[in-house]
Every structure is written in structure tokens, then in C-alpha cells.
Design a protein around this ligand. Structure first.
Ligand code: ATP
Ligand code: PRP
Ligand code: NIO
Length: 469
């Protein structure tokens, strides 16, 4: 796949880094927060994805000889290039667990490193986490409505170029069962599967010959595409003939696939014909511009569809093209930092922080996360981030810290886990979230609050910086 070297960054990171290097700031310890401001799909939650890839990439990040030669041509100084030759990320990372449910404006990840290292990895961090979190969230919405049906990613051909590779990984973390994407399946150990294209059926003189030869050549997990000519008059009757011939050879047709027309109608009619032929075991797969709304509607119409193949709307995150995740400085050289904004809701939060999920004793989410300083182990009262008179007492609730140390001195501390484990964790976290946050229309807004100490620190800094300006 793509070779990630340290030039997978924006030029301004390197320009700033050279100035830090030359002005004696290179060892300034800095703390950055990664967070997003708006939930995608007008939904009530997002699924955090991409952490393992990020840590693997930054653990091995280097400038190779080609990078150094290129940077020399673009005007970087010899001393700085010498430093870059030895560059390694040696920072510490705290993050929410991959697959967890996450919400706007609170840190999902925090980086501590020297300012040059922290700046150079910003771009790759945002690039990986924003995209995978967007796609995992989309996948999770389909998982929520698909019940026991199998969800397959068919998106590589429709993806934004090679982004389709990570889209597949994110789809699995969000709850998809398998993919048609062979390279992602190989590298991420994902179940791979596939059916057949219309071109296969068209390339034979008739549909029956096409089905027969496919069933003979690929009897395992054989799926026949039945809508090339006429689904009910030819596709299904030919599939039934081939299924019977397979039975005579001791084999079983796995499924038929519908890819056009009214999928509920064709699924119901196909089911009837298959059942009448004694082929109750043959499953029905459907595809064609599916998304969470179409899947929900098809199942509400009681369409007997066992397998959904989803491409475009999954891997492009349609209709949201990006998650707006950002990376903001919270501390520099031991001093807390903020960025001011006209609107208090956009003022960043200083210091090393922890985020606590507020829960009932039974482990259910109450619907609020509270941000405190990392030194706080429990928060007694949370304050609204920008409406000063709103607060909530927290003594009676459980508080689960969400940010865990996942990298220390540049070495990942993550235990290797399968994507299936991440997906199961994600489902278990969604189960803790009340249903009001999971509906598609006007979901409940999950609250965020800050501790009294953090609020004081933030307000003190706002005053200080306003006086300076
Ligand atoms: N019963 C259904 N309920 C809700 N949505 C459906 C149903 N059947 C199909 N769809 C969805 O409707 C959209 C458009 O389907 P439409 O029938 O117009 O396309 P098509 O079958 O590709 O057209 P064509 O037959 O010309 O190729 C697709 O997103 C498809 O998934
Ligand atoms: O609709 P999407 O959600 O994007 O899912 C992927 C689509 O890609 C294939 O069509 P395509 O016309 O590319 O190939 P085909 O000839 O195999 O149908 C497949 O049949 C689906 O319709
Ligand atoms: O296997 C399939 O049916 C498939 C794969 C990619 C895209 N559309 C369909």
C-alpha cells in the first residue's frame, strides 16, 4: 500500500518546525487535543476509528533519503535536515478506546510530545482519524437498523481513490461483516466474499449457461445475480434450475442477488418462488445504492433480505464528505494555552485533560461526558461549557475515565486485537447508550460539561489573553 513517510504532512508543519528548531523551541513540550465539533449525518453519536493504524504509522515514521533530498530542494536548512534525518516520534498518546462512542467538543485523543514531533504528525493524525471515524459511524448506523442481516462492503470502486482501503477497515469496526475488497481483507484479516457481475451473465449466450458454469467453477458460497434480463421470469427460474443441479452434486446454492428495481417487491416474490421450489435455504442478497434509510425501510416492509451489499453511501460517508476533527494546542512548555473565539463554545480548553463518562450504577450512559484536568480523579459538579449558570451535580453517578495511555515514548502500548473485537466493543458501548441518541431524526443531544477547576483555569486564561490583545 501507500508508503507513509514523514512527508505525509502539510508543508506548514515543516516550516514551523524549522523555526522552532532554529529558535531554541525544539524541546518545548507540548500537549495537543484531537476533537471534532459536529456529529456527522445529523446523528446522535460517532464511532471512534483509526487508532491502531495511527499508532502503527507514527511509531515507524521517518524521513527517508528521498524525502530529505526533496526537502533540501524546497529550501530547508542543512542543520534542520540533519535533525529530520534522525526524526522519530517519541511522544505519549492518550486516547479513547477504538470503537467507543464519541461526541463533539471533548478530547478523543491527546498528544504529548516536543513541539516539532507533535506538529509533524498533526496532518496524518487528522487524515486517518477523521476519515475512519466518519465511515465507522456510517457503518454503525446501518448495523443498528440491519438486525441480524449480513452487511457487506462493496465500496472500493466508488471510494475516493485509495481511501477505500481504510474505508473497509472502518466499516468493519462500525459493524459490517465482510468486504469485497481483497487487499483490505488480506491486510486486516477481514472475511472476504463476492458474487458475480452483470458482465459475467452477459458474456454467455444465455443466462442459464452463465449460472451453470459459475456454479460448477465456484460451488462454494455461490451467489447468482438474477436481474440482468428479467428477475422473476428468467433470473429466479434459472437460479432454481441450477440450485437443483447443485443439489444433485451434493452442493448448495448460497444466495441470489438483486441489484435493481423495487428490492422489497423482488425479494418477496423471489422468496416465494425459491420456497415453492423447496429452496428455503437459499438466501437473498440485495444491493443498489443502499444506505441506512433504505435498509431500514426495506426491513420495515418485511423484505426477506439476508445480505445487504453497500458501496457508495458507505465508503464516501454520503451525505457528509468529512468529519471536522481538529488538533488544538492545550499546553506549551509547561504553560496552559487557549485559542480565543468570538463564541465561548469555540474557545479551546487548556491543560492535560481527562474525559469522564457519566453512568448509572447499572452501566447505562446518563447522556453526558465531563471534561476535567488530568489530575482530577472524580468530578463533583459539571458546568455547561458556555452557559455560566447551568450546572449538574454528579455525586450520585459513576464516572468512567475515557482517555487511556496508548503510546509512551513513541512505543505503542495497544494490545493487538481483531477488528471483530473492536466491532463487538463498539456494539457493547452502543448498547449502553439510550435509544433516544440512536434515532435518525432529531436525536437527543448528548451533553458535555467541564469541571469547576477547568472552568476556572479557562476563564482565567481568557481574561489574561483578552488583556494582552
Ligand atoms: N422497496 C424499496 N423501498 C425503498 N427503497 C428502495 C426499494 N427498492 C429499491 N429502493 C432504493 O431506491 C433507489 C432507486 O431504485 P430504482 O428502482 O430507481 O433504481 P434502479 O433499480 O437502479 O433503476 P433501474 O432499474 O433503471 O436500474 C435505490 O437506492 C434502491 O436501493
Ligand atoms: O450501489 P452501491 O451501493 O455503490 O454498491 C455497489 C454497486 O456496484 C456494483 O454495480 P456496478 O454497476 O459497478 O457493477 P455490476 O456490473 O457488477 O453491477 C454492484 O452491483 C452494486 O450495484
Ligand atoms: O461481489 C459483488 O457482488 C460486488 C462487489 C463489488 C461491487 N459490487 C458487487
Amino acid at each position: 500500500m501507500f508508503d507513509f513517510t514523514a512527508t505525509y504532512t502539510d508543508q506548514y508543519q515543516l516550516a514551523m518546525a524549522q523555526v522552532y528548531f532554529e529558535n531554541g523551541h525544539k524541546n518545548h513540550h507540548s500537549v495537543f487535543d484531537y476533537f471534532f465539533r459536529k456529529l456527522p449525518f445529523e446523528g446522535g453519536y460517532a464511532i471512534f476509528s483509526g487508532l491502531e493504524d495511527l499508532l502503527e504509522i507514527i511509531e515507524n515514521l521517518k524521513f527517508d533519503d528521498k524525502d530529505i533530498a526533496y526537502l533540501e530542494k524546497t529550501g530547508f536548512s542543512q542543520e534542520f535536515l540533519h535533525y529530520l534525518k534522525e526524526f522519530r516520534f517519541q511522544g505519549t498518546v492518550f486516547a479513547v478506546k477504538e470503537g467507543d462512542i464519541v461526541f463533539p467538543t471533548r478530547p478523543v485523543l491527546q498528544i504529548e510530545a516536543n513541539i516539532i514531533e507533535a506538529q509533524i504528525i498533526e496532518t496524518v493524525l487528522l487524515n486517518l482519524l477523521n476519515f475512519q471515524t466518519l465511515i465507522a459511524t456510517k457503518a454503525s448506523r446501518m448495523r443498528l437498523v440491519a438486525g441480524d442481516s449480513h452487511l457487506l462492503d462493496f465500496g472500493l470502486r466508488r471510494a475516493q481513490g485509495p481511501g477505500g482501503y481504510y474505508a473497509t477497515r472502518a466499516a468493519i469496526t462500525g459493524g459490517f461483516d465482510g468486504t469485497s475488497n481483497v487487499v483490505a481483507a488480506r491486510n486486516f484479516d477481514i472475511p472476504v466474499s463476492g458474487t458475480m457481475a452483470h458482465s459475467f451473465v452477459q458474456s454467455y449466450d444465455n443466462e442459464l449457461d452463465a449460472f451453470r458454469s459459475f456454479a460448477k467453477g465456484r460451488p462454494e458460497n455461490c451467489v447468482l445475480l438474477v436481474d440482468t434480463y428479467n428477475t422473476l421470469k428468467s433470473g429466479i427460474p434459472n437460479a432454481i434450475k441450477v440450485a437443483r443441479e447443485m443439489e444433485e452434486r451434493g452442493q448448495k446454492l448460497l444466495a441470489i442477488r438483486l441489484d435493481s428495481g423495487d428490492l422489497a417487491y423482488f425479494a418477496k416474490e423471489s422468496r416465494k418462488l425459491l420456497d415453492e421450489a423447496g429452496l428455503e435455504y437459499v438466501k437473498i442478497a440485495a444491493s443498489n445504492q443502499l444506505d441506512e434509510y433504505v435498509i431500514k425501510s426495506l426491513l420495515e416492509q418485511q423484505a426477506p433480505i439476508d445480505i445487504f451489499g453497500v458501496g457508495t453511501n458507505l465508503v464516501t460517508g454520503n451525505p457528509d464528505s468529512a468529519l471536522d476533527g481538529v488538533y488544538k494546542l492545550a499546553q506549551s512548555n509547561g504553560k496552559p494555552r487557549i485559542k480565543l473565539s468570538e463564541s465561548l463554545s469555540k474557545v479551546t480548553l487548556p491543560h492535560k485533560k481527562q474525559v469522564f463518562r457519566i453512568k448509572t450504577g447499572e452501566g447505562k450512559c446518563v447522556g453526558a461526558d465531563v471534561i476535567g484536568l488530568r489530575s482530577e480523579s472524580r468530578i463533583e459538579e459539571m458546568f455547561h461549557t458556555f452557559e455560566p449558570y447551568k450546572s449538574m451535580k454528579l455525586q450520585d453517578f459513576e464516572q468512567e475515565p475515557l482517555l487511556h495511555k496508548v503510546m509512551e515514548k513513541g512505543k505503542s502500548l495497544l494490545q493487538k486485537q481483531s477488528l471483530k473485537d473492536i466491532a463487538n466493543f463498539s456494539l457493547s458501548r452502543l448498547a449502553e447508550l439510550p435509544i433516544e441518541y440512536k434515532r435518525f431524526n432529531n436525536p437527543h443531544i448528548y451533553k458535555v460539561g467541564i469541571s469547576g477547576v477547568l472552568k476556572e483555569e479557562r476563564d482565567k486564561l481568557i481574561k489574561e489573553y483578552k488583556q494582552l490583545s
